[in-house]
Design a protein around this ligand. Structure first.
Ligand SMILES: *Cc1c(COP(=O)(O)O)cnc(C)c1O
Length: 490
């Protein structure tokens, strides 16, 4: 059977008060712009009906959602706790302190900065904190200046050039890395000279020896670890050894797997916090908080990280920091550990179910919350597979596989993850059944010709009867695990 209920599957005693809160909120909004109220109600209806396997999504609790919709949204609070550029920030100080305190406790971090508005912003804060510590600080010391405004035009020009001459080594996109780890379309690739490390072609695993050799040769300022689509664990102790050996700062972007760290699934060598110099994350993926970002670091980087505003951020979002405090309080509870372990158990069941039915998975399985199906064995591109699954009510996203012959747009992979369905309460037997539904759709779908003849990487044919039958089964399955039970907006 499924795990005992976890938020947002609140206990019955909470349900009517939650229902009243959301109904009242919609009524107020409906009085001004009914179409927005309708869209909100339609969104929760969609979320309830969809079999959500998007690895980066989740369902936040009613408490997290409600903490975001209030008067904190009106407040400017540039600066840090107790040192603001605006008056009247005592309540913002309270929620920002609470969020940081919970973050330090949950992750065992020396310092937490909870202002970043998103994961990408958290990464920008981290990059510039490292540049501040390792490039700007020595330049200021050399010039005998206290801050950048005191530098001569000449020294300032030299420092600006120096910022642009730094190196970053990060995981390649097709091995599961993220755009913000130095790829040219993203600002990180424009700021840094970037080189990437991939995975070993036969196993699909990170090759630490090759990585060490690349780091020795390239000598990056920043070594970035972390991923969006790598289905295995990363050994952060080894990563730190490599970083230390070449004089790099180790930055771990745990955007995807922060919930597994908070829930103590990833411990020892696999917990990034004790090993990295600086850790960034989103708060809305496996961590199950509001959309947002966060930076954790050691004491030596704290003062640099705290200058995220004005470095790359404007005013913080106090309403989102309030919701981060609530989510991190939830993540510190024993139930969250149960949840995080169930996420990984469910991913394993889903992967095993797919393998048993003959699907091909990158690395042959999973150790975390996600798996990557190589859909070329079904004769499909990622784009065709994604669309066919959606026709059957299964929401996923296409993703490159290592050395993907179809590139980053069409791709050959489908990424699936279990954080959302686990929040809903689904367990191992349901995962096995879902593996069967996925396999049924991918087996039935076939590529179709392009309008002007030849083959298309986008077009496909799926027998509507199959789509209907799978959608009906998935809907039955979800009906046994109601999302936000008790919240009735009709
Ligand atoms: C999702 C993700 C981000 C970006 O987060 P946003 O909140 O969408 O900006 C950054 N890094 C990694 C590894 C991610 O998976």
């Amino acid at each position: 059977m499924a795990e005992p209920s976890v938020t947002p599957q609140s206990p019955p005693s909470r349900r009517s008060v939650e229902s009243t809160a959301f109904r009242s909120a919609l009524e107020v909004i409906r009085g001004v712009e009914p179409r927005v109220a309708d869209a909100i109600a339609a969104e929760v209806a969609d979320q309830r009906e969809m079999l959500k396997l998007i690895a980066s999504e989740n369902y936040a609790s009613p408490a997290v959602l409600l903490a975001m919709g209030n008067w904190f949204s009106d407040k400017y609070a540039e600066g840090t706790v107790g040192r603001r550029f605006y008056a009247g920030c005592r309540n913002v100080d309270t929620v920002e302190s609470l969020a940081a305190e919970h973050a330090r406790t949950v992750f065992g971090a020396a310092h937490a900065y909870v202002q970043p508005h998103s994961g990408i912003d958290a990464n920008l804060v981290a990059f510039w904190a490292v540049l501040s510590q390792r490039v700007e600080r020595p330049a200021l010391e050399k010039a005998g200046a206290r801050q950048v405004n005191d530098l001569s035009e000449e020294d300032w020009a030299a420092l600006r050039a120096d910022f642009g001459n730094q190196r970053m080594l990060g995981m390649s996109l097709d091995a599961g890395g993220h755009l913000t780890h130095g790829f040219r379309p993203n600002i990180s690739g424009k700021m840094f000279e970037q080189r990437s490390y991939g995975t070993e072609p036969t196993t699909g695993l990170v090759d630490y020896d090759a990585l060490r050799a690349a780091a020795r040769e390239f000598r990056p300022l920043i070594l970035v670890a972390g991923y969006s689509a790598y289905p295995r664990l990363v050994n952060f102790r080894i990563m730190r050894e490599i970083a230390d050996e070449v004089g790099a700062t180790l930055m771990v972007d745990m955007a995807h797997f922060a919930g597994l760290v908070a829930g103590k699934v990833l411990t020892g060598d696999f917990d990034p916090v004790p090993h990295a110099n600086i850790v960034t994350t989103t708060t809305h993926k496996s961590l199950r908080g509001p959309r947002g970002g966060m930076v954790l670091c050691d004491d030596s980087l704290a003062e640099h990280v705290d200058r995220g505003c004005p470095m790359v951020l404007g005013g913080p979002l106090p309403h989102v920091m309030a919701a981060k405090a609530v989510a991190l309080a939830e993540a510190g509870r024993p139930e969250f550990g149960t949840y995080a372990h169930a996420v990984v158990d469910n991913a394993r069941s889903l992967a095993e179910g797919l393998l048993r039915r003959g699907a091909k998975l990158v690395t042959g399985g999973t150790d975390n919350h996600l798996a990557l199906i190589d859909v070329s064995s079904y004769g499909l591109t990622g784009r065709q597979a994604e669309a066919a699954l959606l026709d059957a009510g299964i929401v996923t996203n296409r993703n490159s596989v290592p050395q993907d012959p179809n590139g980053a747009w069409y791709t050959s992979g489908i990424r699936i993850g279990t954080p959302a369905l686990t929040t809903r309460g689904l367990g191992a037997p349901e995962m096995d059944e879902i593996a069967g539904l996925i396999d049924t759709v991918l087996t039935a779908a076939t590529p179709a010709a392009a309008a002007k003849g030849g083959t298309s990487k986008a077009n496909y044919v799926l027998d509507p009867a199959v789509a209907e039958q799978v959608a009906a089964r998935s809907s039955d399955l979800l009906a046994g695990f109601p999302l936000y039970p008790g919240i009735d907006l009709s």
